[in-house]
Write a protein that binds this ligand. Structure first.
Ligand code: IVH
Length: 687
């Protein structure tokens, strides 16, 4: 219906209920259509004023007739209440990553391998730009947006539907299409922030005294993971769809058909999607995109070459990380020439002194670069980089900008070689040399190390405290508000208000974010306190093995080595950390302020099979293998898929396999199904 014919004027109170229902349905469909025309097709048909009028009218009528409200109404794109934290949700199918290369020869070899494996020379490839954004899964149930999940670890990610609803180009409901509405649809896409929006946002942040984002991808990622959807709503994000992870209903033979369907269902898709048959066409496509790269308003870092046929894809399959039917053909990282103004020393959380080049700001592929790490003393000497040198810098993906080379300038006298300082620039303690590194040994009292520890503590893999980034961490240390990590939990709104960049709301949000972390997963806590050598994965293993901080704390080196993946050196470091009185005291003070350190169920320690690894092979008669695994995990054990030196038991069902051989060789205890059942019974586990 032409929307001029819509009744926008009768006061809502006077509308008969049936008319209201019809009007609401019609306006919603109209708004969805105009959203698509504007955000997806780029061909708006009505003025902004007319659009706003439609929107207001819908709000008016929904308000008067609340029973007509619906999650798929465009009015629901408007953010609701902030959340405490984002839920972890599983993906409908694993979200794999892509194998990648910059080398055309390697692309050729990849295509050869694929042709050989498929036994055919007549293969079609689908080409797309490789969008440099944040990967996202969108799930539609009976055509309605039901879930939106970040990639996370590929199997599960963070649920961000409230935020995603605010992205205008994401359909809340699939458009009616000839091929019908699927019962279930999981779409993979990429969330992007345009370069122009990114720059505008950074300008705003700088004005507000907040640290700007380093590139559009981080900025899109930050926006997507907000706890308060009204912040996401103010960040102009787009989402382009490029893959179907799972669908029930329609069937497809090729990726081309998939992309066609995505378009019909109302998703924006990447530009210039093409199918080709030859390597030359692929190289040409790559070259053309690389040429046009700087004129695009969004970041791409290469192209993706995919097998078009879906049956062939199934034949080729995937490794644990990436499919065998696609490859990312990346561009050369962008390089620019600029001058080093000064070399300064940065002191990190572990006390390592890093030389950093301060550059005359230069734009590298749309992003301004003004500093680059020079790594360590040895690197600096080897490459002989000096202050005032002319250098070529590059920015590759999320890697921090690098100095590629020094450019010789004839007739110009260079500055003297740079030498590392004798004292820590932050606390004046004499430094020590450790291999290629220079280290400040003043662990506890050096303010720079505390700043680093604090931002590590609050970081995403640590306690994930929203609003406590490196800038704020520095401020808190400089103002003496935090003199050790435990102080974070004593911060009050009044302490924050005088800090630059803080107002009532941000102070309230930060203290609330900190408070919400008084209950934290033990694994995050162990990562956050900064035990040497302990990254996020090891922290997770330690947490599920020991179950409580106290048990780890008193564990000997040998106990620690029982944890899979922890070798003697690491065990020594961990034990050493907890042995040192100052560390013990600092961790204890921190612990006192926490309400609970949790270990998710399934990893619960102390179960009868705690710390035991099981592998299953062959067919079990009394239960399915997945049920058997579940029982093991419920009892605190771990069911893993392959036999290694760390396996405790191999449960051998009917039919022998290579796992049995491996277990014998490694001296792993082999259990028959009967023995396994007896073990369960002994442990008091009913089937
Ligand atoms: S296909 C399993 N197509 O690149 C294959 N990925 O390095 C699914 N990406 O995490 C990916 N543009 O987020 C595909 N046109 C495109 C893409 C694309 C960007 C991202 C994706 C993935 C990363 C892999």
């Amino acid at each position: 219906m032409p929307d001029e014919a819509l009744d926008l004027d009768t006061p809502a109170e006077e509308l008969p209920p049936d008319d209201a229902r019809e009007l609401v349905a019609t306006i919603r469909a109209e708004i969805a259509r105009h959203d698509r025309l504007y955000h997806v097709d780029g061909h708006p048909e009505i003025s902004d004023a007319r659009y706003d009028r439609l929107f207001q009218r819908l709000q008016e009528v929904e308000k008067r007739f609340p029973h007509l409200q619906s999650d798929t109404s465009p009015t629901q794109r408007v953010a609701g209440e902030p959340r405490g934290e984002l839920p972890t949700l599983p993906h409908a199918a694993p979200m794999l990553s892509l194998d990648s290369t910059q080398d055309p020869e390697e692309v050729r070899r990849f295509l050869d391998r694929m042709r050989k494996a498929l036994g055919s020379d007549e293969i079609e490839y689908l080409l797309e730009p490789k969008l440099d954004g944040v990967s996202l899964e969108l799930v539609y149930e009976r055509g309605v947006l039901a879930r939106a999940v970040t990639r996370g670890n590929g199997r599960e990610g963070e649920g961000v539907i409230d935020n995603v609803r605010t992205i205008p180009s994401v359909p809340l409901r699939l458009r009616e299409a000839d091929r019908g509405t699927p019962e279930f649809l999981s779409v993979r896409g990429e969330v992007l922030m345009s370069l122009s929006a990114f720059e505008a946002l950074n300008e705003e942040l700088v004005k507000a005294g907040v640290e700007p984002y380093s590139n559009p991808r981080n900025s899109a990622s930050g926006a997507l993971r907000q706890l308060d959807a009204s912040i996401t709503a103010r960040r102009p994000l787009q989402c382009l769809a490029y893959d179907v992870l799972e669908v029930r209903g329609p069937t497809f033979r090729s990726d081309e058909e998939v992309v066609g369907a995505l378009r019909e269902w109302g998703f924006p898709i990447p530009e210039r999607v093409r199918t080709v048959r030859s390597v030359d066409e692929i190289l040409e496509y790559h070259a053309a995109f690389e040429r046009d790269r700087d004129s695009l308003d969004y970041e791409i870092d290469g192209i993706v070459v995919k097998l078009n046929g879906l049956r062939e894809r199934t034949d080729l399959g995937a490794t644990a990380h990436h499919p065998r039917w696609a490859i990312a053909f990346k561009f050369e990282p962008r390089k620019e020439i600029t001058r080093i103004e000064r070399i300064v020393i940065q002191v990190g959380r572990t006390g390592v002194l890093t030389p950093v080049a301060l550059l005359l700001p230069v734009e590298v592929g749309g992003v301004t670069v003004s500093r680059a790490s020079l790594h360590n003393r040895e690197e600096l000497e080897r490459r002989d980089i000096r202050e005032e040198d002319l250098v070529r810098v590059q920015r590759a993906g999320d890697v921090i900008p690098q100095v590629v080379e020094v450019i010789a300038e004839e007739g110009r006298t260079r500055a003297a070689p740079f030498s590392m300082p004798d004292r820590c620039p932050e606390c004046r303690t004499p430094v020590q040399t450790k291999g290629p590194f220079t280290v400040c040994p003043n662990r506890l009292a050096c303010p720079a190390q505390l700043k680093g520890r604090l931002s590590h503590f609050a970081s995403r893999e640590g306690l994930d405290i929203e609003g406590l980034g490196s800038e704020t961490a520095s401020l808190l240390v400089e103002r003496g508000l935090v003199t050790e990590l435990a102080d974070v939990f004593d911060l009050e709104e009044q302490d924050l208000l005088p800090l630059p960049g803080f107002a009532e709301k941000s102070a309230r949000n930060l203290t609330a974010a900190i408070r919400s972390r008084r209950t934290t997963e033990l694994r995050r806590f162990l990562y956050a306190v900064g035990i040497p050598e302990v990254g996020s994965a090891v922290a997770g293993d330690l947490a599920s093995h020991f179950g409580t901080l106290e048990r780890l704390w008193d564990a000997g080196e040998e106990d620690i080595q029982d944890v899979g993946g922890v070798g003697p050196r690491m065990a020594e470091q961990i034990r050493g950390f907890f042995q040192e009185p100052a560390n013990r005291a600092a961790v204890a003070r921190l612990r006192d302020r926490m309400e609970a350190l949790t270990v998710p169920t399934g990893e619960s320690p102390g179960g009868p099979f705690h710390g035991r690894r099981f592998v299953f092979t062959g067919t079990l008669e009394s239960m399915s293998r997945s049920r058997a695994k579940e029982l093991v995990e419920d009892a605190g054990g771990r069911a893993v898929s392959s036999v290694s030196g760390e396996t405790h038991f191999l449960v051998a069902g009917a039919g022998r396999g290579s796992k049995l051989e491996a277990a014998r060789k490694l001296g792993v205890t082999i259990l028959s199904e009967q023995e396994f059942l007896a073990m369960l019974a002994d442990a008091g586990i009913g089937l």
